[in-house]
Structure formats: C-alpha cells, structure tokens
Design a binder for this molecule. Sequence first.
Ligand code: ADP
Ligand code: MG
Length: 356
Amino acid sequence: DTSVSPSPPAIRVRPLTCSETRRGDRRVVHSLGDGTVHVSAARHDATFGFSAVFDAGASQETVFEGSGMRQLVELAIDGFSCTVFAFGQTGSGKTYTLMGPLTQSETRPAAAGLLGLMQRSFACLLEQSQSRGSDLALSASYLEIYNEQVRDLLSPGPPCALPLRWSKTRGFYVENQLSVDFESLEAIADLLLQGSQRRRTSAHALNRHSSRSHALLTIHIRSRAGGQSITQPPQHGSPQPSACPSKQGTLCFVDLAGSERVKETGSSGELSMEANNINRSLLALGHCISLLAKPQGKRTHIPYRDSKLTRLLARSLGGSGITLMVACVSPSSRCLSETLSTLHYASRARRVTTRP
Ligand code: ADP
Ligand code: MG
C-alpha cells in the first residue's frame, strides 16, 4: 500500500520548570496515558484527544520515535515534501523539542540524550545516506521570518531581507537563498549551530527577537536512483536513455514564533508591530489549516498569500506535502488560557488531510 496518511498533531506537555515550581504554580495539564490531555482548573475542565500525547516524563528519544518523525525522514528520502512544525506559546518547549536545551557555552553541544528532533533526524538521514552509498545529495537552507521579512540565516554578513517569489514550476520560493551542500553529521550540526547563533545574535540586539521570529531549516534530498549518473548526455539519434528519474524530497523544520496574545496595553510601537505580524501569520496559518480541514468538495480557495509563513509552507500544508505538527504546552496554571488556545488550534489541525 503506497498511500500515506497525514500525521495528526502530537502534543507535548513539558515539566514545570524550577522557577514555576518555586513560585508555586500548580500543574493543571495532565495526560492520562490514553491519548488524552486533561486540563482542569477552577473554572475550566476540558479533555482533548490526540493520537500521540507526550507528558512531562517523555524523553527526547520517546518523542522522536513516538511522533512518527523517523517515518517522516524516510518519506523525505523517498521524494516527499515533509514538514514538522512546533507551535505553542513562548516558553512551552518548542525549541527544546526541536533542538534540545540551549547550552550555556555555544561551543559545547548538549548531552546526546537531550538532542532534539532535528539532530535525531539528521542522524537518521545520514545513516540512510551512508547505507545507500553516495546515492543521496544533501543540502540545507535556513531562513527566518521576522516582521514579515525573510532573512537568510546561513549567508555571511548582516542579515538582509530576501524577496519571496512565485513561479508556475517552483511554486513559492525565496530568491537568492543560500543552499549549502553537506555530507556529514558534523557539517549539518554545524550549519544548524551557525544559523541559530545568527538568530540569537539579533535576539540580543532586538528585544526577544528569537521568540518573535519563525525559523525554517530545510534539507533538500536529491536521490540519484540506482546510484547511476543522471548527467549522461543523450545518444545522438537514439531514444532518450531510460535513466531512472531522480527524486527530490525535502525535510523542513519550523520553529514558530510564540503564539501568546500580546497584551494591547503597554506594547510600544515596535513591539506591537511585531505582535501584529506574528498574529497575522499565525492567524493566516490557522485559517489555511481550518479551510484545509473542510471536506475536499466543500473547500474554497486557500489563502496562502496572506502571509510569508503560509506562502513558504503552502506546499507542505496543501496538496503535496506531509506535515507533522507538535503542539507544545506548559502545565502551569498561569499558562491556562494559552494552553487551551494551543489545544484548540491543534484539534482543528487534526482534520487536515493531504494527498502527497
Ligand atoms: P520555546 O521555544 O517554546 O519558547 P523553550 O524550548 O525555550 O520554549 O523552553 C522553555 C524552557 O523550558 C527552557 O528552559 C527549556 O530548557 C525548558 N524545557 C522545555 N521543554 C522541556 C522538557 N520537555 N523537559 C525539560 N525542560 C524543558
Ligand atoms: Mg524558542
């Protein structure tokens, strides 16, 4: 059977942090181990059902294996466009889930057991690549969307905005984005580190920048079927050689900006512009998702053009991609309303079906 079903969203509830425990926050989100998330507080009582729920005790390894991430990597190698995105409010564990804890010293990587979905996927990809000989050509690009501007996180020099264009053959694409070839686990880990450092460097310059920007790391996988060269010139006068077509898959990791509602009062000009842009793109994403959730016959036009984020994700959200969503929530009583909104958002995304 070659049909592929879309991955429904996975939910991850992180443990209470030390400071939350210290200030006496209560745990109001519980998983009963049967695929349900239970939210119980004074005036709220709700249960949500999902196919994969990871609670505070779940290790990074468990999340990788239990979310379907390994299968997603394999589908990308097989030529599909695969996307995993983490969403939830700031501090809910998106970056931890994707990349592991950020280490104090940037030169010292996190302990192997704490590595996130990205590093585990890279390892899986390179293992497969090695076992297939030099069959796969790999390259990576790393972008962020900040204030509705697309920036390259891999190109040297100060970050500059790149135009986002559309063509019939390519769909939406970013002009002049850098794509860097890599062949080893060290090389791709290094690209991830470089890009994340650039993202964080501007975070120091601009207030809380990194939680206000969406980051997208895309791995392009070209597979030369059968390990044969596909650059053979066609023989003059004879029919085109029946070389196996090469497959091109992508694996995209998206760390979305925090979904919390920024309070109207007290946000200065710049902050409220950021908040508007984040809300706009997350709303556009939610809107596309809820339209995609309608039965095929009742679907109207999907407004991918409403934000840069939805344009860049159009292929994976729409017809031809496979998407894994990881909704991250905090268990704390103080985050109750954001947690509920994340769970509602994820429930809506559950109904999206795609036809890769
Ligand atoms: P976000 O990217 O959503 O803003 P982070 O990933 O930075 O959130 O997580 C916020 C804090 O919680 C960090 O200190 C992180 O190390 C910690 N944290 C998040 N998820 C977990 C987890 N599953 N286990 C332990 N600590 C976690
Ligand atoms: Mg983060």
